[in-house]
Design a protein around this ligand. Structure first.
Ligand code: PHE
Length: 532
């Protein structure tokens, strides 16, 4: 039976494309171009690259190593490598309880509740609590709203090719987009249906397994994605407005850089690399010993950054073509960009919109697939379910939660009890609907806390020595060579002179000290305890 065969990647490139498929998603296409444009263009790109190397890269390597060393799902990984509960985990649980009590005194009940919950889970499950956070809670919560956006994309692909996205003004765009985003009564069945279709398509790929499903489809879809991006860039730079668009996107403007921009860059590094969601850990557990983890992580990060830069180069020339204002989030790609494509004279707007949304759909699909895999790996590993049973049970569950989120998009009117509860817990800061609630819970709380937990676990509990020992498999001595020697292209001579400044040493310093401190600072800033 299929469950008895441990899943493994078929090739190194298959693994890297699947991981890059997870990383390249909506974050790269709508968020990165926009935050780059308003935060100082090329100057922000430099800061972002710094955050990726100081925060994203160490955690990605940690998750892959943890996954490969344990060789099991994210829940089991922590207890496989060390005793799940240690004194440090109990101390952290105590810290959560204290923080909860402190916040409750200031009537911040919503926040207090989160800390109490985290403390209770940590006390009961020890380090495996982070496995629950990244392997169960994050995929369940994030896919419930990610699928809704995936569904919008499907609706837009169909509408574009059918020629019914004709608007040329932001007002016209709002008339098309708003009923979809708010899931107004006429559109609700479509929004629910498209969301369910998105999850169903992920399920189809997942049901065929890791190698025959995820890997095979990533090898097809990722080249198509980069191909479409290239075509869209060529379209962009052939427009007269190309220079203005690229200037807005890339010209370094250091005066626009702010401390907040740095925090934004750091948060984005987390989300865009799919870290702390159990994904990278699970993908690592399917990895063979002969793969160089550090090198693979660098390639995936390179592909992810490349996709983000390409998206900006494709989007801004078109947006500037008609003098439209660059705008935030979903508005930029669902309203402004289609309007721009439509108003380029003789520009075959329907076709370009179709291509663009197809590209986004592919990006979202490969991310969606990766988000569900941690759940399946847990069902198979912990509950001994057959893979197919696990996939379709999970898909069914996610369709239900996704429908719930779709219904809530109109605001709390359709679910007043939940709205009242949110109002009581968060007061003036209460989210406007379930989508916002899940989004801010995952990005502001879950991902940073789990990311922090992973660095502390790997750096201090499992230990850098063990981790590096495991990372050496597949790295062929390069982990212990001198970084500068490697950069200069010289062969390592680690037998004679142990290098002082080796990749292993740099990674250890990052994962033990620098990364956790940076993530902690970003977390405290994100929930408003400190302000930069
Ligand atoms: N990394 C994806 C992006 O940049 C986001 C993502 C979120 C992927 C959740 C998987 C799961 O959009």
């Amino acid at each position: 039976m299929s469950y008895s065969v441990p899943e493994h990647w078929g090739s190194r490139w298959g693994f890297m494309l699947a991981t890059a498929g997870s990383a390249v998603g909506l974050g790269n296409i709508w968020k990165f171009p926009y935050i780059t444009g308003i935060n100082g263009g090329g100057a922000f790109v430099l800061i972002y690259l710094g955050c990726v190397m100081l925060v994203g890269f160490p955690i990605m390597v940690a998750e892959l190593t943890l996954g490969r060393a344990a060789g099991v799902n994210s829940l089991a990984a922590f207890r496989t490598l060390t005793p799940a509960r240690t004194m440090l985990s109990d101390l952290i649980a105590g810290g959560f309880f204290l923080a909860g009590a402190g916040l409750a005194m200031f009537s911040m009940f919503g926040y207090a509740l989160m800390f109490f919950l985290a403390g209770a889970v940590m006390l009961r499950f020890g380090w495996s609590a982070f496995g629950i956070g990244c392997g169960v809670v994050a995929p369940l919560v994030i896919s419930s709203y990610y699928a809704v956006i995936g569904g919008w994309t499907i609706i837009y692909v169909v509408k574009s090719f059918a020629g019914s996205i004709r608007f040329t003004t932001p007002e016209g765009a709002a008339a098309v987009m708003n009923p979809i985003v708010r899931a107004s009564s006429g559109y609700l069945p479509w929004v629910i249906g498209a969301q369910a279709l998105f999850i169903f398509l992920c399920g189809l790929v997942l049901a065929s397994g890791v190698r025959k499903g995820i890997e095979r489809w990533s090898k097809v879809l990722m080249p198509v994605l980069f191909g479409l991006l290239t075509v869209l860039i060529l379209r962009g730079i052939s427009l007269p407005s190309a220079a203005a668009g690229l200037k807005f996107f890339l010209q370094p403007d250091f005066s626009k850089l702010s401390a907040n921009g740095v925090i934004v860059a750091m948060g984005h590094a987390f989300f865009t690399l799919s870290l702390a969601m159990g994904i990278t850990l699970t993908y690592g557990s399917y990895l063979d010993r002969n793969v160089n983890i550090v090198k693979s992580a660098l390639i995936v990060i390179g592909l992810d950054t490349l996709a983000a830069m390409m998206a900006g180069m494709a989007i801004f020339p078109a947006v500037f073509a008609m003098g439209f204002r660059e705008d935030a989030g979903p508005d930029l790609i669902y309203k402004i960009l289609p309007a721009a494509f439509n108003s380029i004279p003789g520009g075959a707007g329907g076709f370009w919109n179709g291509m663009f949304f197809l590209m986004i759909f592919i990006a979202a699909l490969t991310s969606g697939i990766s988000l569900i895999e941690p759940l399946i790996s847990i069902c198979v590993g912990e509950w001994k379910m057959r893979r197919r049973t696990a996939v379709w049970t999970t898909v069914f569950l996610l369709m239900l939660t996704g429908s719930f989120v779709s219904v809530s998009m109109a605001g709390w009117e359709r679910m007043p009890e939940l709205g009242r509860a949110a109002g009581w817990l968060w007061g003036a800061q209460a989210p406007a609907h379930l989508f916002d609630m899940l989004d801010s819970f995952s990005c502001n709380w879950l991902l940073p806390l789990v990311g922090l937990g992973i660095t502390i676990y790997v750096g201090w509990v499992w230990g850098v020595s063990y981790a590096v020992e495991k990372m050496r498999h597949g790295a062929g001595g390069r982990l212990d060579a001198n970084v500068f020697q490697l950069l200069a292209g010289l062969r390592s001579n680690s037998e004679n002179t142990p290098a002082v400044c080796s990749p292993a040493l740099c990674w250890g310093l990052l994962v033990r000290w620098i990364t956790p401190l940076l993530v902690l600072a970003a977390f405290l800033n994100g929930i408003g305890v400190i302000r930069f």
